[in-house]
Design a protein around this ligand. Structure first.
Ligand SMILES: Nc1ncnc2c1ncn2[C@@H]1O[C@H](COP(=O)(O)OP(=O)(O)OP(=O)(O)O)[C@@H](O)[C@H]1O
Ligand SMILES: [Mg+2]
Length: 310
């Protein structure tokens, strides 16, 4: 179990696949109890950022830089030691629970198994598994523990995944589009539950309204970089980076009556982003200055843009 008062500090996280830089120099912190959203269009590097913190990057993809949760390193950990961290210090809930659960094993046993893997005696793990199912507010947890995944609804399976993720008391929970596959009412309940039980949360989604309801802070990613970050209220009411501005304008969160600028073009594929500001080939405000990369600057509300919105 990790120290519950540990802060996650990510510094200069860079993810490469051969010569391609898929995530570049990403830095952020998440304090205990803090809920941080990670948003950006498809292909911006959100999942790779999350997977590097879990030691779950695909074959031939490597991470450099540092990520520390309290006194533990999460990046650059040898493969034989990464299993100790995964699920104990950092846990992750994915979109599709059916692929993550073992269809042939009762769900109570699956929750218990992640505890025994990290050293909890078997009999104790069984009891605690039922308690975990209760904690994620599954009614009749004893009965659910004896069920197989296919006997549960999608929402119940996602709660089981959350119980598994929380079983060893991790210091950080990462959710990557955890509720996209659920219907609206179930999604709302699940989001409330995640917000309540997460020790500290990195929450990835395309849905800006969801991020606004779950998180206090947001990181906006584009082209493998964090281009803007800050308190949700500030970033969403007064975006400074032209990418964030376009992203918000394309969503329903923009105040009514404002003219909607749109983000032109589409996200380049990995390796096709321009030098300098990664957004400059789609930005209506770009000038030759933007050929030099802007740094992410600002206290609290930070942005990397030469021509920020007012
Ligand atoms: N194994 C890999 N080898 C090479 N490129 C990869 C690999 N995995 C991902 N990429 C590329 O890295 C970029 C970032 O991918 P990532 O999955 O982090 O995006 P994302 O922000 O999570 O997108 P989405 O919102 O669609 O989930 C994409 O351009 C993707 O094609
Ligand atoms: Mg993704």
């Amino acid at each position: 179990m990790s120290d519950p008062v540990s802060t996650l500090r990510v510094e200069g996280l860079t993810v490469r696949a051969e010569s391609l830089e898929l995530v570049r120099e990403v830095s952020f912190t998440i304090a205990p109890g803090e809920r941080v959203g990670l948003i950006g269009e498809s292909g911006s590097g959100k999942s790779l950022t999350a997977l590097s913190l879990m030691g779950l990057l695909p074959e031939a993809v490597t991470a450099s830089g540092t990520a520390r949760l309290g006194d533990r390193d999460l990046v650059g950990v040898p493969e034989n030691r990464v299993k100790d961290l995964r699920g104990r210090d950092v846990s992750m809930v994915f979109q599709e629970p059916m692929t993550a659960l073992n269809p042939l094993m009762r769900v109570g046993a699956q929750v218990a198994e992640v505890m025994t893997l990290h050293g909890t005696p078997r009999h104790e793990a069984r009891e605690r598994a039922v308690a975990m199912l209760e904690r994620v507010r599954l009614p009749e947890p004893g009965q659910v523990a004896r069920a197989y995944p296919h006997q549960l609804s999608g929402g119940q399976r996602q709660r089981v995944m959350l119980a598994i993720a929380l079983a060893n008391g991790p210091g950080l929970l990462i959710c990557d589009e955890p509720t996209t596959a659920l219907d609206v009412t179930v999604q709302k309940q699940m989001l409330e539950l995640i917000a309540e039980v997460a020790p500290a949360l990195l929450f990835i989604t395309h849905d800006l309204a969801v991020v606004a309801s779950v998180c206090e802070r947001v990181l906006v990613m584009y082209g493998g970089r964090v281009v803007e970050s800050g308190p949700i209220r500030e970033v969403f009411t007064r975006p400074r980076h032209r990418y964030t501005e376009g992203l918000l304008a394309a969503s329903k969160l923009t105040p009514r009556g404002t003219r909607l600028p749109t983000v032109q073009g589409s996200v380049p594929s990995a390796g096709q982003f321009p030098d300098g500001c990664v957004f400059r080939n789609r930005c209506p405000h770009a000038t030759p200055t933007c050929e030099t990369a802007p740094a992410l600057t600002g206290d609290g509300h930070a942005f990397a843009c030469w021509h920020p919105a007012d």
